[in-house]
Design a protein around this ligand. Sequence first.
Ligand SMILES: Nc1nc2c(ncn2[C@@H]2O[C@H](COP(=O)(O)OP(=O)(O)O)[C@@H](O)[C@H]2O)c(=O)[nH]1
Ligand SMILES: [Mg+2]
Length: 338
Amino acid sequence: MFDFLRTGLKNIFKRAESKVIETGSKEINSQVVEKELESVSLSSSTEKKEQFSDSIFAKKIREGPLDDVLWKLEIVLLEADVAFSVVDEIKEKVKQSLLGKKFDHGRCLEEIVEHSIKDAIMDILKINKFDFDSWLKEQKRPTSIIFVGINGTGKTTAIAKIANWLMAHNNTVVLAACDTFRAGAIEQLSVHADKLKCKIIKHSQDADPAAVAFDALEYAKAKRRDVVLVDTAGRMQTDNNLIDEMKKIVRVVKPGLKIFVGDSLAGNDAVEQAKVFDDAIGIDAVILTKIDSDSKGGAAISIAHTIGKPIAFVCNGQEYGDIIKFNTEWMFNSLFGD
Ligand SMILES: Nc1nc2c(ncn2[C@@H]2O[C@H](COP(=O)(O)OP(=O)(O)O)[C@@H](O)[C@H]2O)c(=O)[nH]1
Ligand SMILES: [Mg+2]
């Protein structure tokens, strides 16, 4: 996972050494040293002593070679499909933290650049504050969750995983088969319902998805079920009919949570799709799928920061258990851990 990006960033840390430094700006001349030593020892100010040692022993990070490091950082991030706006922000943060910075001879520049880049990426990831279990605890029952996204991103599979998760945490679940558009979609969700032993509400293909969602919610109210999971048809962001249909489902069931499901392999495209769905119905959180085959990590880094909505889960395989609650530390360790 994220191997491409991990390797690219490591190479930047290594290349930084010996490229961006110059010796302290003050010439080391024995007379100056003696004079300054004298005045410093007369003064009790530790600040003054530090300034003095800086001027003699520090090395400084210069702008020209730093630009070279920033340029390489930009290339690595863009190749990893990190969104443009996020790349710019990371570069700016790194530049601000490094430019003109002094460090003593004992410290290795590679480490300093590494810390600066890690800090900048951590800042970008911080938007991801969403805890599914805490959210669930606060909901009136039944609550509903709608899953939207384009075709094949993994919505139906993610629904089955979430159903499994909810049931393992003592919640009762109803599946709403609202993808009445794609042939085989109702059957696909029914197979999951059978395996998981949970209730599914379905109509025939081409039925009004909003009617299916309404029935599922009514069923959950009557039978005192906890959570309704609403599957929807994959739609291109340009397909207005399907977008309207999705808005209608949202009006009818007023979901407690609206989740955009994005395929991490789509990189920047996933970010663009998320924006369109967010504009149409207002997304609350994101699930990123297929990160088991994602070597780049661009979508995982940029999606939450770009649309301002957190990643709730990432999916890393096709089994029911292949779902991980997303948090910043997890992502950070996946990028930079051993
Ligand atoms: N490797 C991998 N495959 C996945 C993951 N999630 C879904 N898939 C596969 O992606 C394909 C499309 O998934 P599906 O749930 O039908 O997508 P939908 O059209 O959005 O409902 C299926 O073959 C899934 O098994 C994942 O996290 N990792
Ligand atoms: Mg589906």
